[in-house]
Design a protein around this ligand. Structure first.
Ligand code: HEC
Length: 123
């Protein structure tokens, strides 16, 4: 069911907008992206070394905030209103948005950031 929903979202997104970078920010909860791919990416980018993430990093990884409930936060990293567009921006370039942050630049692409955000918001 989740897979079908992700695929349907992806198709709608491609047909409707071509997933343009300047698409308007959407509220957490109505996100586009492939959650299944996102879960895989959260493990392979090494996010799990610092964050607790549902079904990716079940241990006590608390360098960064616990991401199991990130959808409920008003702000990301205390500075950005919590929208999918801002989550994507943050995952791609945390240090340009907040120069002093401990979160490193990991070379995340926009597509990968979208998929990871879709997974995180769905938990
Ligand atoms: C070296 C540790 C480290 C790694 C690796 C890391 N992060 Fe972070 N992350 C942090 C820290 C620390 C913060 C808090 C940033 C701040 O408040 O300035 C943070 C903040 C965040 C936030 C905002 C959460 C909130 O509640 O405000 C998200 C979302 C996030 N990280 C996702 C990721 C993802 C996805 C990856 C992998 C692509 C990743 N992080 C990799 C340390 C890390």
């Amino acid at each position: 069911m989740k897979e079908f929903f992700s695929l349907a979202c992806l198709l709608c997104c491609l047909l409707a907008t071509g997933c343009k970078q300047n698409a308007p920010a959407v509220e957490a909860g109505s996100v586009t992206g492939d959650q299944v791919r996102g879960q895989y990416l959260l493990a392979t980018y090494g996010c799990a070394a610092c964050h607790r993430i549902k079904d990716v990093a079940p241990g006590q990884n608390q360098v960064g905030p616990d991401l199991r409930s990130v959808a409920d936060n008003s702000y990301l990293a205390g500075i950005l209103p919590n929208t999918q567009q801002n989550m994507v921006r943050w995952l791609m370039h945390p240090r340009s948005l907040s120069p002093g942050t401990a979160m490193p630049e990991l070379g995340v692409t926009e597509k990968d950031a979208r998929d990871m955000a879709a997974y995180l918001y769905a938990q």
